[in-house]
Ligand binder design. Structure first.
Ligand code: HEC
Length: 160
């Protein structure tokens, strides 16, 4: 029994384990040395690609946002002015109420547009929407006043 055990293991396994250990140690050192220069280079390349792509994508996204498409008078009234002028909030002249609009209309189209653009008393400038152009406000004033007896034409005002 004891003779059989001693015959195979210690004498042949020990040098093999030592050699294998040395090979492993060399492999680890070599891989560490090789990994350093290989690992440093790809990082800046990837960063450059991302930096070069970014501005191009940002410009494409920003373009449609800055474009201002002019709204019609009806669109502006529906989207902005109706909030107060549909129900007569804070005593705003109601859309379609001739009696409330008559004294306003008597001031003339240009005066009304100027009041709507700059604001008057509790009426906020441009209905509180500074993104609207003066022409869009003029169209909205005509849209509302014409539903209460006026015959304002935004085209004639634009020519003056
Ligand atoms: C926050 C509520 C509010 C919004 C939104 C609003 N208005 Fe008014 N507006 C008023 C009030 C209140 C008055 C009456 C002010 C007064 O005469 O004291 C008024 C008055 C007016 C008048 C008459 C001014 C005058 O000289 O008699 C015009 C014209 C007018 N608004 C146009 C508009 C237009 C165009 C819009 C949309 C772009 C708009 N308003 C959005 C509250 C509003």
């Amino acid at each position: 029994m004891s003779d059989h055990d001693q015959h195979s293991s210690p004498s042949t396994l020990q040098p093999m384990i030592i050699i294998f250990g040395i090979i492993l140690a060399i492999a680890v050192v070599v891989s560490m040395v090789l990994a350093k220069p290989a690992g440093e280079e790809p990082v800046p390349v990837v960063a450059n690609v991302e930096a070069n792509i970014k501005p191009v994508a940002a410009v494409e996204v920003a373009a449609p946002v800055t474009e201002h498409v002019a709204k019609s008078g009806a669109e502006v009234v529906k989207g902005v002015c109706a909030m107060c002028h549909a129900a007569g909030l804070m005593n705003a002249p109601k859309i379609g109420d001739n009696a409330q609009w008559a004294p306003r209309i008597a001031q003339g189209y240009e005066t009304l547009v100027s009041h709507a653009v700059n604001g008057i008393r509790t009426m906020p400038a441009k209905g509180g929407n500074p993104d609207l152009s003066d022409a869009e406000i003029a169209a909205a004033v005509a849209e509302m006043a014409n539903q209460a007896g006026a015959k304002f034409d935004p085209v004639t005002l634009a020519k003056k």
